[in-house]
Design a protein around this ligand. Structure first.
Ligand code: 4AD
Ligand code: MG
Length: 478
């Protein structure tokens, strides 16, 4: 079984006129003669040439789209156009039949919506093959980036009792029979009797535990699944997504921004270099999609140009306050084109505002800093103005917020005071506060939404198409 050669290697082979074994799934079978076979190792198919006059007609009938084949044959220079080499079949075995009447993936263009409904099969399309190879490459690049810089990969818990972001959007974890949970004397659910002896939930962020690691190991990062029960049916939100959260001791916000910018550029550069074929394919796919739009909504730049542009330019850095001034004076605000008008200082930015700043005003990635403390989490370092905190959000074209981070409040009193103001129980987070009691120091970190990054790099419009099996409101199929 192990003797087969992957199609990627065959297509790159310098040698011809050698016997090879190739295995994969049939994409198309033309004229009873040419099989396009794909095994997922590359976007390209290998052409298998069948000597149909000397092949059992019953076997020929079983070579249908979707069938799994094992082919032994000779790798030869191709006579036809479109490929350098092909395989002249000597022996074909059908490993798994695929009834063409029932197989949902026909050799034609399917909509992304339809493919989402058959997510178990969509890996077999060119688009999803490319997306998931790029996703794989990006996750490898994440580890390489941090490894090269001496960061420690820390596994933070998935089940936790804390709501790190304090937004209350957690999924509960319980072993109770939900119809009859044990109750206390006053009728409340008695979590003391639950599996962990307390109420628990799936993590919304590994940051708080990440900070504990950084307070000893200096530089750490997490990379794991994160869960949010936000009822957001958008092209940017998932209920289960993957997040990368580095946390660095002795970093201030400036250092944090520098690292984040370097990191994002590294990831983009990595796939441009190592996934050229897939990125080229996705770039063309996007260009085709753009052609379907009315002229004035079309993007003038290709995916590859967009990626290269991000690599070549410094991200624009400005404060929230400066951004509000720009937005207040902007044409869509004055002409009341925004759904949410920017009236004054203090309001949270909507994605339409973020996208205006990035796509219309600066025309490049933007880092916004120093947000009002009211719209940010309790752990961010308070500025001397008493109004803002040392937060940073990185906004990307077509995506909006891709990174959220901050310098952390390392001063115990300030932190406790802010928690009290926000109604966050200090007793429950005693372990977090201990780092401020014993050897506290300035530190900072950020979180990159992995799927939003995959979206940006692949040009896919919907976040549900860059994770193998998306989880979103009213959907947990597969
Ligand atoms: O801005 P967020 O909520 O920040 C945190 O969780 C911090 N603890 C990070 C840190 O400082 N260590 O989330 C970080 C990023 C967002 O910028 C976004 O890219 C992504 O996570 N994100 C989501 N991605 C997909 N679906 C969702 N529902 C997301 N919510 C956040
Ligand atoms: Mg955020």
């Amino acid at each position: 079984m192990s003797q087969r050669t992957k199609i990627k290697a065959l297509l790159e082979s310098e040698q011809t006129n050698i016997e090879v074994t190739v295995k994969g799934w049939v994409r198309t079978f033309r004229n009873n003669q040419f099989i396009a076979l794909n095994d997922g190792s590359t976007n390209s198919n290998i052409q298998i040439v069948v000597d149909f006059e000397n092949t059992d007609p019953n076997l020929l009938k079983r070579i249908t789209t979707g069938a799994a084949l094992s082919v032994v044959g000779e790798l030869v220079a191709s006579l036809g156009k479109g490929q350098k080499v092909e395989v002249k079949a000597k022996q074909i075995e059908v490993l798994g039949d695929s009834d063409p009447e029932k197989y949902p993936l026909q050799p034609k263009k399917h909509s992304l919506e339809f493919l989402r409904e058959i997510a178990h099969l969509r890996f077999r399309t060119n688009t999803f093959g490319a997306v998931f190879r790029v996703r794989n490459s990006l996750s490898y690049a994440v580890h390489t980036f941090f490894h090269e810089r001496g960061f420690v990969y820390l596994h933070t818990p998935i089940i936790t009792a804390s709501d790190a972001e304090g937004a209350g959007e957690t999924f509960h974890v319980t072993n109770f029979d939900l119809a009859y949970p044990p109750r206390t004397e006053n009728g409340d659910v008695d979590f003391k009797q639950d599996f962990f002896g307390r109420a628990t939930n799936l993590t919304v962020s590994g940051q708080l535990e990440g900070e504990l690691g950084a307070m000893a190991l200096s530089d750490i990062y997490t990379f794991g699944p994160t869960f949010r029960a936000e009822n957001s049916n958008t092209t940017r939100h998932l209920a289960e997504f993957w997040m990368i959260e580095p946390e660095m001791a002795f970093y201030d916000l400036e250092d944090n921004m520098n690292l984040a910018e370097e990191f994002l550029k590294y990831l983009i550069g990595y796939v441009l270099k190592n996934n050229a074929e897939d990125i080229e394919f996705l770039s063309q796919r996007l260009a085709e999609e753009e052609k379907q739009k009315p002229q004035n909504e079309r993007s003038e730049t290709t995916l590859i140009e967009k990626l290269q542009f991000c690599l070549d330019n410094d991200f624009q850095r400005l404060t929230y306050t400066e951004a509000i001034d720009i937005l207040k004076e902007s044409t869509p605000n004055k002409k009341k084109k925004f759904t949410y008008l920017v009236e004054g200082w203090g309001t949270d930015l909507q994605s339409e505002h973020e996208r205006y700043l990035v796509e219309k005003h600066f025309k490049k990635p933007v880092i916004l800093t120093d947000y009002p403390k009211e719209i940010k989490a309790f752990y961010m370092r308070q500025n001397d103005d008493g109004k803002t905190v040392r937060a940073m959000d990185i906004l990307f074209p077509g995506i909006g917020e891709i990174v959220g981070g901050s310098q952390r409040e390392e001063r115990l009193e300030k932190l406790e005071q802010r928690m009290t103001e926000m109604g966050i129980p200090t007793e429950e987070l005693w372990w977090y506060l201990d780092t401020r009691r014993f050897g506290s120091c300035p530190h900072a970190g950020f979180g990159l939404g992995f799927e939003r990054m995959v979206q940006f790099v692949t040009g896919m419009g919907n976040i549900r198409d860059v994770i193998p099996f998306p989880r979103f409101p009213k959907n947990a199929e597969f």
